[in-house]
Design a protein around this ligand. Structure first.
Ligand SMILES: Cc1ncc(COP(=O)(O)O)c(C=O)c1O
Length: 423
């Protein structure tokens, strides 16, 4: 069960240059097929949707095909449950605005310190409505007792936060700093069970899958979540965000943001005050088509399993190298060992007597001119700010974020540069 890496890499023209793209959690490279579809749409079918003339019929169908492709990536039941927008951040803010009327006085929202996209809109909503906001804190992992930065979202820190007033639970499917793949299904089931015991009126769950979607298959139905979002530009596609809202939530929890005369009661258009970029919506069709091409029988599950296996081959040597530099002051921020729950997004700091700032580590890479990594808090500001002992929240962490088109040879080159920096 392997990936044909030569085939994979040939689908991404940017990789031909030999440049090592290792900031993929910021944004992945784009499939050539995505670009072809954008230009095909704009050059041949660039008209307004919904009219009866032939070109409009084609463009309407193309956008519908794009939404269907995104539905498949969420494994949602219906394309009516999918909203598109310019970014995940904007879609989450729209969702919070649409949900505002469904909160009762005194109800509570639980957020995490992960990327602010799935916290900020809820913090602002709580402030507007006078709701109680609770932060599900990251706690140290028992597997790494000597590393205070080996932290994760853990269930025992969540369950006590749930009370009879809890209305909304939000968390990430994968941390864009820690690389931890969160067991969304198990956490959601446990939260729902606790909420049921406590007689909660209505608990809804909203998952940020932006850092999850490039690595594993999303399954909103198996997970039993109400809302979920990710950004196609991190999943080899165009710069567009996608939001899933369960049909019952669309019908009963959300007020329409669309024009008053549009009849969109139980449709995702409630969350789209305007149309998405049509050419970008159509270009989304290239992503599941590419993924299917990675598996001999065209099965998406098989494709994702191959991606996961290759990613483990990338992340294992990198984590082992960094762990071996503990005496030099390297501390991995997140789970220290590879495994099923670990995406190849690796963050670390260099502390102690011979500390090196994250900025200086990254500068050494920048000077090579053929590799891209990055440092910072990556908008997971609250998480970085909560680490103890404290680290400078602006210098934050060095992040090396790999995806399935990276190679083991590239990882070795990264390790060679780290070896120079940490000498
Ligand atoms: C985990 C996570 N959530 C949300 C976002 C925001 O996505 P967008 O840029 O589409 O708003 C990012 C972007 O880096 C992210 O990594």
């Amino acid at each position: 069960m392997t990936l044909d890496i030569a085939q994979v890499r040939s689908s991404f023209p940017a990789l031909k240059s030999g440049y090592i793209f290792a900031d993929n959690a910021g944004g992945s490279q784009c499939l050539s097929d995505v670009v072809s579809r954008i230009s095909d749409y704009l050059l041949n079918t660039n008209v307004q949707l919904g009219a009866d003339y032939s070109v409009s019929v084609t463009s309407t169908q193309r956008v519908a095909d794009g939404i269907e492709a995104v539905r498949e990536l969420f494994n949602a039941e219906s394309a009516d449950e999918i909203a598109l927008g310019s970014s995940s951040t904007m879609l989450a803010e729209n969702l919070a605005r649409a949900m505002e009327g469904d909160f009762l006085e005194g109800e509570e929202i639980i957020v995490t310190g992960e990327h602010e996209a799935n916290a900020g809109p809820w913090k602002k909503l709580a402030a507007r409505k006078g709701l109680t906001l609770k932060v599900w804190a990251h706690t140290p992992l028992a597997s790494a007792p000597n590393n205070p930065y080996a932290v994760a979202l853990q269930l025992d820190a969540l369950l006590p936060l749930i009370t009879p007033k809890t209305r909304l639970l939000t968390f990430t499917g994968c941390s864009n700093i820690l690389g931890a793949l969160v067991p969304v299904k198990a956490f959601t089931a446990a939260a729902r069970a606790r909420a049921a015991e406590l007689g909660v009126r209505k608990l809804e769950v909203c998952i940020d899958c932006v850092a999850y979607a490039p690595h594993r298959r999303i399954d909103v139905r198996a997970w039993d979540v109400d809302y979920c979002f990710f950004s196609m530009y991190k999943v080899y596609g165009p710069h567009i965000g996608a939001l899933y809202a369960r049909s019952t939530s669309l019908a009963h929890s959300l007020t329409s943001l669309a024009h008053h005369f549009l009849r969109v009661e139980d449709k995702s258009y409630k969350l789209q005050p305007g149309g998405p970029g049509y050419e970008l919506a159509y270009a989304c069709t290239a992503v599941p088509a590419y993924l299917r091409g990675l598996a001999p029988a065209g099965e998406l599950d098989d494709a994702w399993a191959r991606i996961a296996a290759h990613e483990q081959a990338l992340v294992r040597p990198l984590l082992e190298y960094l762990k071996g530099k503990e005496a030099r002051g390297v501390r991995i921020v997140g789970e220290e060992t590879a495994g099923a729950g670990r995406a190849p997004t690796v963050s670390f700091v260099v502390v102690g007597e011979r500390a090196v700032s994250s900025r200086d580590v990254v500068r050494a890479f920048d000077e090579k001119k053929n590799i891209g990594i990055r440092y910072g808090h990556f908008y997971a500001y609250t998480l970085v700010d909560s680490l103890s002992p404290k680290i400078d929240v602006d210098d934050a962490v060095v992040r090396i974020s790999l995806v399935h088109y990276n190679t083991v040879e590239e990882v070795q080159k990264i390790i060679d540069i780290l070896e120079e920096v940490l000498a």
